[in-house]
Write a protein that binds this ligand. Structure first.
Ligand SMILES: Nc1ncnc2c1ncn2[C@@H]1O[C@H](COP(=O)(O)OP(=O)(O)O)[C@@H](O)[C@H]1O
Ligand SMILES: [Mg+2]
Length: 366
């Protein structure tokens, strides 16, 4: 039985005909970036929000729909420098330059390109964290390109982190003015609409009931992520096909939901602040060779870790409660024998602790 007849509709490269529940955001980008740029006024915007809130698809949608100015989308996940982005940008117009070109020569190329095109340009840099955190020189050139090289280029940086924790106030000052815009998480109803729309285009008629789509939205709502919703839809369809059913069942949805936890871990990590991460790292250290741990162990490890990362006065109890609430860790209370009270036992079930440790260390050392 084939249920998923048009799989490309559920792939992340697909850009839908229209976006759901992002009208206000599109209008604001129109007013604050697109119109000014068209009129020769350059602006910079940081767009941020959790995984699956539609940042990438919205930018790629604009790149497709907006003709003047040009909106050029570059994914910078593999780039560390603004220079890499500019070289990528030029290559979109068929201009190939050596990796070692100077900023002056890159901007000279861009200046003459823009003259030829007769249009202004918005450069969208997706996955821009590394660049924003690390390439001060490149950003300096980029923001001064108008004065230094007469290049009119607006930039939209796309990241997951809140800009307030992405850079400190000193850097913020030296970078100058930035607009900020947050993409909030989707509600259950919004995810439902997105999933219905994709199901209509990708699945065979009769391969699902509305109830099942509603259930998918319900289990995805916790993450506020359209990506989770669409992923579960695709996986549930495969699972149904595999058991030779003509229709997706509730249990197919549950099975699909259980397969996405590594991704879910990523999005949870992205929503944590520095101190949460330090506490979670302490928990991981304690769990590296045991099933459960307790607050004594976590507290001991935390004092070493906080020394290493130069953070003091972390409220362990508050942080542990927060990690419990977002489902990162599980805690149970265990009796200590008569008159001894209870003790909090902490564990992690969803992800291998070794993998989690590595991810956290990457985030902390980034
Ligand atoms: N408003 C929306 N309307 C339709 N599809 C959406 C919408 N927002 C997100 N999606 C879809 O959800 C998935 C994740 O969105 P994406 O833009 O990659 O999220 P982000 O970049 O914020 O992590 C993609 O498949 C995207 O097409
Ligand atoms: Mg993205």
């Amino acid at each position: 039985m084939v249920i998923l007849i048009n799989p490309s509709i559920l792939e992340s490269s697909f850009i839908p005909e229209r976006l759901i529940a992002r009208d206000a955001e599109l209008t604001r980008i129109m007013e604050t970036v697109i119109k000014p740029t068209k009129n020769g006024i350059t602006t910079n915007l940081i767009l941020y929000g959790d995984s699956g809130t539609g940042k990438t698809v919205t930018m790629r949608y604009l790149a497709r729909e907006v003709k003047d100015p040009h909106v050029v989308y570059v994914n910078a996940i593999a780039y560390r420098y603004v220079k890499n982005v500019l070289i990528d940008f030029l290559s979109r117009f068929g201009i190939i330059v050596p990796e070692r070109s100077s900023y002056a020569s890159l901007f000279t190329r861009i200046e003459s390109l823009l003259k030829d095109q007769g249009k202004n340009v918005i450069l969208v840099i997706d996955e821009a964290s590394n660049i924003l955190k690390g390439d001060y020189d490149g950003l300096y050139y980029l923001f001064r390109s108008k004065d230094s090289f007469d290049v009119n280029i607006s930039t939209i940086f796309v990241v997951m982190e809140d800009p307030a924790i992405l850079f400190d106030s000193k850097i913020r000052k030296s970078y100058g003015m930035f607009g900020e815009m947050k993409f909030r998480r989707y509600t259950k109803n919004e995810i439902y609409q997105i999933v219905v729309n994709r199901a209509l285009q990708s699945l065979v008629d009769g391969g699902y009931d509305d109830d099942v789509l509603d259930y998918i939205a319900e289990v995805s709502a916790e993450y506020g992520s359209a990506r989770v919703g669409i992923d579960i839809l695709a996986k549930a369809a495969h699972i149904a096909e595999y058991r030779r059913s003509a229709k997706i069942s509730f249990d197919d949805v549950r099975a699909a939901r259980s397969m996405i936890s590594p991704f879910v871990t990523e999005s949870k990590l992205a929503s944590m602040d520095y101190e949460d991460l330090l506490v979670l790292l302490a928990v991981c250290r304690c769990l590296s060779s045991s099933k459960f741990t307790d607050l004594d162990c976590v507290s001991q490890n935390l004092s070493m870790i906080s020394e290493q990362y130069g953070k003091r006065d972390i409220n362990l109890y508050d942080r542990i409660r927060k990690l419990e609430n977002n489902g990162m860790i599980s805690a149970t209370l265990e009796g200590q024998g008569r008159g001894e009270g209870v003790k909090k036992m902490i564990s992690i079930y969803d992800v291998p602790v070794s993998i989690l440790t590595e991810r956290i260390e990457n985030l902390l050392n980034a």
